[in-house]
Ligand binder design. Structure first.
Ligand code: ADP
Ligand code: MG
Length: 489
């Protein structure tokens, strides 16, 4: 970024002449928790939850030209600034320009507290962060009465358009977006920056599917580093603030992941995690009330996903996932499962008809295969990977759907398994530890069904399943007997 932060003269008359009036009609009713607030005690850390001072939306006049940028239509607004599409006349490309008023004069009017500080913080963050899931800042400067920040323009929508009261994203898409934010936040934390304002309006989903994290305006340092303070004033957006953030305590990466999990809850349910008409009541709920279970609102979603969310919304930071990688990892199986089911209905149908021809599924109907698939974890392995190690005692059955694998016993080849074959029947039924191992001879795709997941399925499916397994065990037993006879001869 060429941070050409430049002080120019305040030419009010010129500004007025060339200004585009951009005051938005104020039709929206205020709802507790949607806008950024600053608790009045500034976060004493004494555990008290105090009423916040709310901040009114920003009204500023935007010039038609700012330095080398021709300003176009408004594409967004937030607590500190308005964002316009613009043309960079030098490089001949579309950009997004975020504008906020210079200086603390505006702060004293009560309109945009901290706008100047937010601008400076965003510049510091921009200098340190280069990541595919974080919006790129190209330039920054000051023009007349305004600070401006020039960014790549994200063609798409913020997650606000998919949250509370809006059409929900498909489950796998909501989970994917959150997993990408996990990667962006892990990166930012590694650079020593805590975002502190993770909420739907600060995450954009581009039309091409790319996820971009925005707005590092109230970021703080994860350690004292000369540029960013370790602890800024207690700011945030109540609906998405972590309990420790509300209490003004020292924050770690878990605080950002708590906020991110409140966004996930909203994306999956269409509701905010807690509701209250007054912000101070909302604060009390966030700090003291256990988060509602995802399963109560979306009984169609797996209990295991509800458990992931419950863990990530624990009140105590140490009880949550500690990194984005951990949270993303916990979400990954659900992304694969729901992605397969909903994103590619044609591919799903093809898979069902292919599976029907495989020995395991011969007695299953299409609907039963679909039901079974909704409970499995889809796994991919590379050639040479160990699919199952000897000694494994998880009650899981692996059904190969693509590729070839090799069964081994004490490091010696036993047999080859191909499409439709199963591995781990005895372990699945009895939970006894695996004596053989399974290694991929080619790239392999397999479905993993746990005994727990099977218990959620209708009895008819259990019957098919156990019939197949008992036939298989019987065949294996007769082979073993024959082998014994051979040996004794
Ligand atoms: N680079 C961008 N491309 C497209 N839209 C953007 C971009 N940056 C911000 N926006 C839109 O503007 C809104 C406000 O931007 P943000 O940086 O969050 O401002 P604030 O600091 O005032 O909250 C966002 O919610 C988003 O809708
Ligand atoms: Mg914002």
């Amino acid at each position: 970024m060429s941070a050409s932060v430049r002080q120019s003269a305040v030419l009010a008359a010129r500004l007025a002449r060339r200004a585009i009036a951009c005051n938005e009609p104020r039709t929206r009713k205020a709802v507790a928790g949607d806008n950024m607030v600053k608790p009045t005690d500034g976060g004493s850390g004494d555990g008290k939850v105090t009423p916040p001072v709310s901040i009114r939306p920003l009204d500023i006049l935007v010039p038609a030209e700012i330095d080398r940028y021709t300003i176009g239509r408004r594409i967004g607004s937030g607590t500190c600034g308005v964002v316009h599409q613009a043309l960079d006349n030098l490089l001949g490309r579309e950009v997004a320009v975020k504008l906020s008023p210079i200086g603390e004069a505006h702060v004293s009017s009560g309109k945009v507290p901290g706008a100047q500080r937010a601008y400076q913080t965003e510049i510091i963050a921009a200098g340190r962060l280069t990541h595919p899931n974080i919006v790129t800042v190209y330039d920054a400067g000051q023009y007349e009465e305004l600070n401006y920040l020039v960014m790549e323009v994200v063609e798409g929508k913020s997650l606000k358009e998919y949250g509370k009261g809006k059409t929900l994203l498909p489950v796998h898409e909501a989970l994917r977006v959150i997993a990408e934010c996990c990667a962006a936040l892990d990166y930012s934390h590694k650079q020593g920056i805590l975002h502190r304002d993770i909420k739907p309006a600060n995450i954009m989903l581009a039309n091409n599917g790319v996820v971009k994290l925005l707005d590092f305006g109230i970021a703080v340092g994860l350690k004292e580093d000369g540029e960013l303070k370790r602890k800024g004033p207690t700011l945030g957006t109540p609906n998405y603030m972590s309990p420790e953030q509300i209490l003004g305590q020292e924050l770690g990466p878990e605080s950002d992941f708590y906020s991110l999990s409140t966004v996930l809850f909203e994306l999956l349910t269409g509701r905010q995690l807690f509701k209250a008409s007054k912000v101070k009541d909302l604060f009390r709920l966030v700090v003291h009330r256990t988060a509602p279970q995802l399963r109560q609102i979306r009984p169609d979603l797996p209990a295991e996903l509800s458990e992931v969310l419950a863990k990530s919304l624990q009140k105590k930071p140490e009880a949550r996932y500690q990194t984005g990688q951990e949270l993303a990892h916990a979400l990954q199986p659900f992304i694969e499962k729901f992605g397969l089911a909903t994103r590619r209905p044609a591919a799903w149908k093809k898979l069902v008809s292919r599976l029907k021809r495989q020995s395991f599924f011969l007695s299953f109907s299409d609907g039963e295969i679909s039901q079974l698939l909704s409970k499995v974890r889809v796994r991919s392995f590379k050639r040479g990977d160990t699919l199952v190690a000897a000694g494994n005692s998880q009650r899981c059955l692996l059904i190969l759907t693509d590729g070839i694998a090799q069964v081994r016993y004490h490091n010696k080849f036993v047999r080859v398994l191909a499409d439709g074959a199963c591995f781990g029947e005895a372990r699945f039924i009895n939970g006894i530890s695996e004596s053989h191992s399974l290694r991929a001879l080619t790239d392999v795709k397999a479905l993993e069904l746990s005994a727990d997941a099977l218990s959620d399925l209708p009895p008819k499916i259990h019957l098919h399943y156990y019939r197949y397994i008992s036939d298989l065990l019987e065949t294996k037993a007769s082979i073993a007997t024959a082998a014994q006879v051979d040996i004794s001869l």
